[in-house]
Design a protein around this ligand. Structure first.
Ligand code: SAH
Length: 225
């Protein structure tokens, strides 16, 4: 744990403790309330998940570019989605679609037993892997592929989190949700109003809760890069 703490604080001189604490305060003001989620966001160095040139902006509550036309999610959204996943209690197996920078992955890895993370862009996945290794987060496995298909070989999952928007919830992901399992996913047309949804697998069918407007990059299909 001591070693983990040291790793998490790596580069702290770069961004002052005060800047980081300001972000945490803002997340709480915006309604984030799960103490475990807040603690993990406080401990995780977001500046290690963006280019050095953008590191000074890493503790702003905003999405930032990570190359390949993709973005690291806004801290509030990462906290909010994590909180929604954990609302009904601890989770052991979580499937993440859209690894991107690996920031959401790193947060989840500290909140659940095991994370299975799928990314379609190889270079982003490679970088995310390196970051998680450097932070000594070992309970994550990565897959390069089309997340619309989920990761059937290891299904079912108690939680599924999708960090890119789809016009509809992919059927494969619904199929891979365990009984009582929860999925947090943005749904809607690209670039227009998208809604964050919480889907729960009930005894008979699925319940759906609409949580409000959001903006995400699209969930893509087709050849991988
Ligand atoms: N949670 C990430 C968000 C990255 S943006 C972060 O905070 O860094 C969304 C990510 O989803 C991008 O990396 C994009 O390449 C990926 N993505 C888009 N469509 C996908 C698909 N069909 N399968 C897997 N990943 C996909």
């Amino acid at each position: 744990m001591r070693e983990q703490d040291d790793l998490m604080r790596h580069g702290i001189g770069f961004t002052s403790e005060r800047t980081r604490e300001r972000l945490i305060k803002r997340l709480i003001e915006e309604g984030v309330s799960n103490p475990k989620v807040i603690d993990v966001l406080r401990r995780t160095p977001r500046h290690l998940f963006v280019d050095e040139a953008l590191a000074h902006r890493a503790y702003e509550d905003t999405a930032l570019p990570i190359g390949n036309n993709q973005t690291i999610s806004q801290p509030f959204m990462v906290a909010h989605m994590s909180e929604l996943l954990l609302e009904a209690g601890p989770l052991d197996k979580v499937l993440e679609i859209g690894t991107g920078s690996g920031y959401q992955t790193a947060i989840l890895a500290q909140l659940v037993e095991r994370v299975f993370s799928v990314e379609r862009i190889k270079v982003l996945q490679d970088r995310a892997k390196e970051r998680l290794t450097a932070l000594n987060l070992r309970n994550v496995v990565f897959r390069w592929g089309d997340g619309c298909e989920g990761w059937p070989a290891l299904a079912p999952y108690n939680g599924i989190i999708v960090t890119a928007v789809a016009p509809e919830v992919p059927q494969a992901l619904l199929d891979q949700l365990a009984p009582g399992g929860r999925m947090v996913i943005p749904v809607g047309p690209t670039g227009e109003t998208q809604q964050l949804m919480l889907i729960v697998r009930e005894e008979h069918g699925f319940s759906r809760r609409v949580l409000g407007a959001v903006r995400f990059v699209p969930l893509l299909t087709g050849p991988l890069a």
